[in-house]
Design a protein around this ligand. Structure first.
Ligand SMILES: [Zn+2]
Length: 286
């Protein structure tokens, strides 16, 4: 019995090897074809069958980006106002949409147009991920941990979400938000440090969590675990200078009564107003 099973397995292996080598042959042929085509069309960077958007998103360091659907880019309404923000807008849009340039492009302007295409794509992307299909694509990426996991021990591998602290490009690069500890982090790899936070924007993470409330529900259970410093087994008093005063940051009101207390807390209201004022000033300065 077992010998026959082994033989069957070996046959299967052989077959899979054959198909693999066939596939490799095919790939080699395809590559050769692609090379030939590239020689013919020197101006386009993308290989045969690959769109500008898919090749942009598959670049190293662009893992956080979702592939914006063609329908979204084709709809002028979604691009409202971007013409004023992006230099070489028309050529950049043609590049993103894989259209032939309507006017001849001079060689020195090609790198500028490519730069503009990246900016334009980022700004379209920030709008796309707020749409229903965009949120769905980002949810799939979130499930696969494409944005990484929180480094905080008690967050227990909670997935992070890309976030920008500003909606205008040029202020700050992308940060990662953890729905469990509700804090933001620097991306763990320097390859993400030239991606503008505005390509994800300030709204996405909040809207995402309201669209998929089950994530926050899971987090609320994890959030209850908090680290506490101890000295010879004794907790440090909250009244001590080094006491665990920041603890309240991660505590959520559990009952309606507690929620009302928060609502009526004038000190908290003042603190929030102060924080808003500081953020506005920071924005003005930068
Ligand atoms: Zn966390």
């Amino acid at each position: 019995m077992s010998r026959r099973r082994d033989e069957e397995l070996r046959d299967e292996d052989m077959q899979s090897l054959k198909t693999q080598s066939n596939e490799e042959d095919l790939e080699e042929e395809e590559e050769e074809e692609e090379e030939e085509e590239e020689e013919e069309v020197e101006s386009s960077d993308s290989g045969a069958g690959e769109t500008w958007i898919s090749s942009f998103c598959s670049m190293v360091g662009h893992e956080y980006f979702a592939e914006v659907l063609d329908d979204f880019v084709d709809d002028d309404f979604n691009l409202t106002g971007l013409g004023q923000m992006v230099p070489h807008y028309k050529q950049a849009l043609e590049l993103i949409s894989d259209l032939e340039p309507s006017e001849p492009v001079k060689a020195p302007t090609i790198p500028l147009i490519e730069q503009s295409a990246e900016l334009l794509y980022g700004l379209i992307h920030a709008r796309f991920i707020l749409s229903r299909p965009g949120l769905q694509i980002m949810a799939q990426k979130y499930e696969c941990h494409h944005f990484g996991v929180c480094p905080r021990y008690y967050c227990d591998g909670t997935g992070l979400l890309p976030i920008g602290r500003y909606d205008l490009p040029g202020y700050e690069t992308v940060r990662l938000y953890c729905p469990c500890c509700m804090d933001i982090y620097m991306p763990p790899n320097s390859r993400y440090l030239n991606i503008d936070g505005a390509y994800f924007g300030t709204t996405f993470a909040g809207l995402f969590l309201k669209t998929f409330p089950e994530i926050e529900q899971e987090c609320s259970q994890r959030r209850q675990k908090q680290f506490e410093l101890k000295i010879y087994g004794f907790r440090i008093s909250e009244l001590s200078k080094s006491g665990p005063r920041m603890k309240w940051l991660r505590q959520m009101p559990k009952t309606q009564q507690q929620l009302e207390e928060v609502e009526n807390d004038t000190a908290l209201k003042e603190a929030l107003q102060e924080q808003q004022k500081n953020e506005d000033e920071e924005m003005d300065e930068s």
